[in-house]
Write a protein that binds this ligand. Structure first.
Ligand code: HC0
Length: 572
């Protein structure tokens, strides 16, 4: 430890901490803007300046390490004036359309202006004017609102290793964008939306598709149904001020039926179906000497990353559509026939924690009979916006169950939302098929947790299954490189977002002051595993809805009909 003083308070703190971290431990708040723990620690914005006795200039506390005898002042008049000048300069070149900004009241710049009591901007002058980049199906980039904090750049380059946005030019002309001024739609962006999750302002946001859904809901010719992804239920409450990790499944279903959807379905049901299809695919490839490992194909950001960066692994991908796409396909075939509705009149909305799902839904490979499987994808944030717009008091809603005839999912379906969940769900089923008996111990803890890469080897019926799980594209890259160097697995799960869907690019955005110190991934995943533990059925193959579907329609997993409707092949 080292002895330091902050604002006259004598403290003993761990060596290696920054001044910002040491101050936080002593409950002394230093404002920050570009800082995001472990992701963007570059001292660029100068909002966290502090005075250090004996130092020549004010120092950025987010990157300045503590050392013995440091005497630090966080609120001296020179510190306060420097912060105000810096903030006013940032504001002077910021498009201040706060009333209509998607991040209004959830904007770190707005919060800081309020906190620092900025009532006028002394430096109004020339401002930059940029064109909006809204060509991507998933992400809108508005350079007029960018404050050059570079959090998106660090996320895209260092965490996801996608590296399609970077800082360019100098001084007043500085920008953040794609090479040669291209649109995000023209570069190998995976649409993961992690850049949006870390943007402190409204410079990055999802393509808002709520109007399309309002329009469909108002069209009496259409049968408008909605499905919700596993990870949405454990995060949507945050949009309504509920604590991180609150399970809101019943309230979410109530809210959606109040919005006017004819049916509210659970993507988890299709996740169970995915396990049946993907598990069969894995067993067949093991038995028949097919291409191994089977790599999961449910994360569209991962698929796009694979197409751009690792085409040699495309044949390893499972041919299964992702669960929400399977559900869409089911709704326009099995359900349409059962309910005697013209499939062209069925309008499927998916609520997903993901921005890449917007891109996925538009892919031509994901359709049947000329109809897209899914018509519109909304992020968790957009769904919350619709609920707010309708004036629904979300927090006080009664719980409601998902609708029949396709309501009913297992714990295996819900854990898809956290990294390792698809693997665990698959192992729960594959184990019983290979062993030919039921298992009581179904918790595969080796593949749980937020580590970027996890491995497990399990032996069922004398057969060894080597499993690996990666979340976050940087970790996927490491895992794939190790496979290129000879590492061998049978089944690999890859999710584009660090921590899996719970931390998807479409989830509620928490400011740096929260997400730097609370692990959103762990808190939301905890809620997912709680939901699993509370469900009466926790293995996909025991889901009666799925059994019925095979009896009535598909005959058996991997059948010809199942392949026609539930599988695809990505054409690069
Ligand atoms: Fe996921 Fe999914 S688990 S990708 O993370 O597989 O988005 O939550 O809906 O489709 O089920 C996202 C989450 C899904 C799909 C499922 C899968």
């Amino acid at each position: 430890t080292v002895n330091i003083t902050i604002d006259g308070k004598k403290l003993q703190v761990e060596q290696g901490l920054t001044i910002l971290e040491a101050a936080r431990q002593a409950n002394i708040k230093i404002p920050t803007l570009c800082f995001l723990k472990d992701i963007n620690e570059i001292g660029a914005c100068r909002m966290c300046l502090v005075e250090i006795k004996g130092a020549r200039a004010l120092q950025a506390s987010c990157v300045y390490p503590v050392s013995e005898g440091l005497e630090i002042y966080t609120q001296s008049s020179s510190v306060r004036e420097a912060r105000k000048v810096t903030l006013e300069l940032i504001l002077s070149n910021h498009e201040k359309k706060c009333l209509t900004c998607v991040r209004s009241r959830n904007c770190e710049l707005q919060a800081l202006a309020d906190e620092l009591n900025i009532k006028e901007i002394r430096f109004e002058g020339e401002t930059n004017k940029y064109k909006l980049d809204d060509f991507s199906p998933s992400i809108v980039r508005d350079q007029n609102k960018c404050i050059l904090c570079r959090r998106c750049v660090s996320m895209c380059k260092n965490v996801q290793t996608v590296n399609v946005i970077s800082a360019a030019e100098r001084g007043f002309k500085s920008t953040v964008g794609c090479a040669f001024d291209l649109s995000l739609a023209e570069v190998p962006c995976t649409n993961c939306g992690q850049c949006i999750s870390v943007c402190p302002v409204g410079a990055l946001r999802e393509k808002d598709d709520t109007d399309k859904v309002w329009e469909a809901l108002g069209n009496s010719e259409l049968h408008v149904v909605v499905q919700t992804a596993p990870a949405v239920r454990v995060a949507i409450g945050e949009e309504f001020g509920m604590p991180i990790g609150t399970r809101c499944t019943g309230k979410m279903v109530s809210a959606l039926s109040q919005l006017g959807f004819a049916k509210v379905f659970d993507t988890d049901t299709a996740a169970d179906l995915t396990i049946m299809e993907e598990g069969t695919e894995l067993l067949n490839r093991i038995k028949n000497g097919g291409k191994l490992p089977v790599i999961t194909s449910c994360s569209p950001g991962w698929i796009k990353f694979c197409e751009h960066n690792y085409p040699e692994f495309l044949d390893n991908l499972s041919s299964c559509k992702s669960p929400h796409e399977m559900f869409g396909a089911l709704l326009k075939t099995y359900y349409a026939e059962k309910m005697e509705i013209d499939p062209a009149k069925i309008f499927v909305v998916s609520i997903m924690p993901c921005t890449a799902k917007k891109y996925e839904a538009a892919r031509p490979e994901l359709s049947a009979n000329g109809l897209a499987d899914v018509d519109v994808v909304l992020t968790t944030r957009e769904a919350a916006r619709m609920i707010k717009e309708a004036g629904i008091d979300f927090v006080n809603l009664e719980d409601k169950q998902f609708d029949d005839p396709m309501g009913g999912a297992t714990g295996a379906g819900v854990i898809f939302g956290a990294t390792g969940g698809v693997m665990e769900a698959a192992l729960r089923t594959v184990a019983e098929i290979l062993e030919g008996k039921a298992f009581d111990n179904i918790e595969y803890t080796a593949v749980r947790g937020i580590e970027g890469i996890k491995e497990a080897t399990v032996v069922f019926g004398g057969k060894k299954v080597r499993a690996a799980v990666a979340s976050g594209l940087g970790n996927a890259r490491k895992l794939l490189d190790s496979m290129k160097n000879g590492e061998r697995y049978d089944f690999v799960e890859i999710m584009a977002c660090p921590g899996g869907c719970v931390n998807g690019g479409g989830q509620p955005i928490q400011p740096s002051s929260v997400r730097s110190w609370t692990d959103l991934r762990a808190e939301r995943a905890k809620a997912i595993y709680e939901e699993d533990a509370n469900l009466p059925i926790r293995k996909s193959h025991e889901n009666p809805v799925i059994k019925k579907m095979y009896d009535e329609y598909f005959e058996k997993p991997g059948s010809h009909k199942a392949h026609e409707i539930l599988h695809t092949h990505y054409i690069v």
